[in-house]
Write a protein that binds this ligand. Sequence first.
Ligand code: BLA
Length: 511
Amino acid sequence: DDFEGPVDLTNCDREPIHQLGAIQPIGFLLVVSIDWQVMRHSKNVSEFLPVEGDDLVGTRVQEFFSGEAIHALRNRLALLRGPDAMERLFNIELTEKVATKFDVAVHMVDGDIVIEAEPAREKEYGDATGTVRSMVSRLDTANSMESFFREGARQVRALTGFDRVMVYKFDNDGSGEVVAEAVKSGIGSFLGLHYPASDIPKQARELYKRSLLRVITDVESTPVSIKPGRNIEGKPLDLSLSILRAVSPIHIEYLKNMGVKASMSISLVVEGELWGLIACHHYSPRCPSFERRSVAELFGQLFSMRIESRERQELMELERQARDMSDQLLGAIATDESLLRDPQWFSEIITGVIPADGVAVWINGNYAFAGQTPDTEQFARIVKALNGLAAGRVYSTDRISGLVDNADQFVARAAGLLAIPISRTPRDYVVLFREERIRSVRWAGNPQKPAEYGPNGVRLHPRESFAEWKQLVEGRSRPFTSVEKRIAETLRGTLIEVVLRLADEASLERK
Ligand code: BLA
């Protein structure tokens, strides 16, 4: 799976970001065999430890680590469990020969030990678990999803001091939205902004599920290479779990174009999937200590667990509301069947559970509209198209233009729909419409400024990537979710029952 040739914007997904053969200069890296012989190392070890010469390959670690340090490392290695395990040691002495203490991470790759060390700050936490516990307890006081996300961003900003901390949530299509932000005053807000899926390529997302925190301390710093680049088997070092991993030059350019000097992101993994990131920006170089990053990472894990349980609760609440709505509909129509033709009434009841901008009802060849909908002629074409689809199921689309011609006449008002067939033949419908998703969004860059070209082309400018997102979502509404479709399906059952009963009653009356 070797990747040859230059990376450009068409093969981004293939850039081997875990094999770039370099680390950031904030620390050093050693790969040692299980008998503690150096197999590879970053070229900067001599900046941290008094070593002889600059080629350490083949030497024994005992020559520059103290016996106690090796003992401590061995003990930690014995604790490693599972394929992606890492152990951490904070504030330890690696050799008596220097006064500096180090924060150290150890993990295994292909049977070798990877040791990464960076100078420790003076002990920052008397009690790191206490810090995390109080951060989390603040989260639990939030009484809405929105304030929960905001509190999460605030806590991470208080912990790490980044200028901007965002909760970035992925959509089904991989694009994302800044759903919460804690930001230094006076630098503008990214809240509510959307970015296309390509801003975070596929392999990066895969990697972020395994390795939960990455920091880029200074976009101007020169990466330090690891030598040899390829071992005797010709393999580059797999840096997937490395805490010092140098970052893709493409992404560095993206950050520079955004004016960002340092960044950090913490993975939010919910039910085994990358749900989003806590993304942090700083407008000057910034390097939180490894210990502080570890606290942030643990906080991210607990935050993710709370997202999971809050989302589950939200779902249960929605399902309860859906049942209430069904009961309400049944009861009301039973006493006043004219309600069945009242879109205003439908709209008030249904959109509380399935948000929509307009509702149309089509019964016995009669239309009725409420809110933002296509007009009569347009709706007739839509109904015709719906009749051509598989019968007897709820149907939804976020792009009506894929269903009927000339939809551009009304997409701004109604770009997506969810149709609930409520009778067999002739088919009657209740249709929910959603407007086009592009709203006026605030943007941090200056849209009047001409696009800037960097070595990797124009698209890396965040403004360009926004333009790309805009293109992708043009003519589309916010999609109807699977939960919403399920609720609509239940509702369909209820409505069909009522419609059939009314039809029976009507035919009895005629007899
Ligand atoms: C990685 N892209 C990332 C990361 C983020 C973003 C958060 C994780 C690394 C980090 O912490 O900085 C994107 N950052 C954003 C977004 C916001 C933000 C959307 O703050 C919104 C506010 N990027 C591109 C294109 C390519 C690309 C077109 O825009 C590829 C052609 C690549 N992004 C790219 C790569 C990485 C990345 C390769 C991985 C970097 C790494 O971990 O080595």
